[in-house]
Design a protein around this ligand. Structure first.
Ligand code: ZN
Length: 305
């Protein structure tokens, strides 16, 4: 991380109080802090900076399916296939939908490609994800290093792949931070543009995450982009917290319609509400192995205030 990013970071455990973090024991390389510790004086929590990535998770991590090497390989392939000579516009589809130019936050950035590309356009582009493995590999690419992995072929067989980053990414103002979408480690009113792609059906409490995005989104002149396949599953989200796909309750009916109402001011979460809402869809393919691919349709809403 860059030392200047410290100004944007607060302790995720002390929320809703905004407590600053103090940096110690830093080791720097080419302007980037690669290791060190961030400390909250108020609650006495220490957060490591590991391989250049601040790990600001409120609780120690349990098992995360996205840390599995096959998942990582398939998701990196999804984000960076164009750099492997493949024709793929999966995550890059959203590049043209993100608006703004000052501060960008991607909530659930996964392998980080959208955040990286936004670094070309924004003064600061921050990608957060729960999965440290995604972030350390994305940062490796950002620092100009090639990324090698085995793309699942069949059973234990894998195709060796190497992603070579294009020139110039090192110079970008990009940060990758391990953080939880339910406890964003940033002060209120920080980001002029937020995007969250394919996250809200994969977390414990989608409504709490939306409240957090609202908290850190600027009150004026802000842009918001959210996309999801609304693939509700109790594996990730208790049924009572699904934002759609229910027959009864406050979020009965379709998730995209409920989400639109929330952005428009329903439940008083987005205040002031978002407007100028446009919608659309994007179909993408998630690889499992050479002979198995899942076709997924994500619906998006793009809004501003
Ligand atoms: Zn604290």
């Amino acid at each position: 991380m860059h030392e200047s990013t410290l100004e944007f970071l607060i302790c995720p455990k002390c929320l809703p109080k905004e407590r600053p973090l103090k940096l110690s024991g830093k080791r720097k390389e080419r302007g980037r802090i690669l290791s060190g510790e961030l400390y909250c004086k108020a609650c006495k929590s220490a957060y490591p900076i590991s391989q250049g990535v601040p790990v600001l998770l409120p609780a120690p991590k349990g098992f995360d399916r996205y840390e599995n090497p096959s998942y990582l390989a398939n998701y990196f392939y999804l984000h960076y296939a164009d750099l492997l000579g493949q024709e793929a516009k999966d995550i890059l589809f959203y590049e043209g939908l993100v608006e703004g130019s000052d501060t960008f936050l991607e909530v659930g950035c996964g392998p980080g490609r959208l955040t990286l590309e936004m670094g070309r356009r924004f003064t600061l582009a921050v990608g957060i994800d729960y999965s440290f493995s995604f972030l350390k590999s994305a940062l490796r690419l950002l620092r100009g290093k090639a990324l090698r992995f085995g793309l699942p072929l069949e059973g234990d067989l894998a195709i060796p792949i190497s992603i070579t980053p294009p020139e110039g990414w090192q110079e970008l103002s990009v940060e990758f931070i391990a953080a939880d979408a339910h406890n964003l480690p940033f002060p209120k009113d920080t980001f002029g543009s937020i995007a969250s792609i394919n996250l809200i059906d994969r977390i414990q409490d989608p409504l709490a995450a939306l409240k957090e995005m609202e908290r850190v989104l600027k009150k004026k002149g802000a842009h918001f982009l959210i996309a999801d396949p609304f693939s509700w599953s109790e594996e990730f989200t208790p049924r009572s917290r699904w934002l759609g796909g229910r027959q009864r309750g406050p979020f009965r009916g379709r998730g995209i319609e409920n989400l639109r109402r929330i952005l428009e001011g329903d439940l008083n979460i987005f205040s002031p509400p978002l407007g100028s809402i446009t919608s659309g869809e994007h179909t993408w393919t998630l690889r499992a192995h050479e002979n198995r691919r899942e076709i997924i349709r994500s619906l998006y809403l793009k809004a501003k205030r």
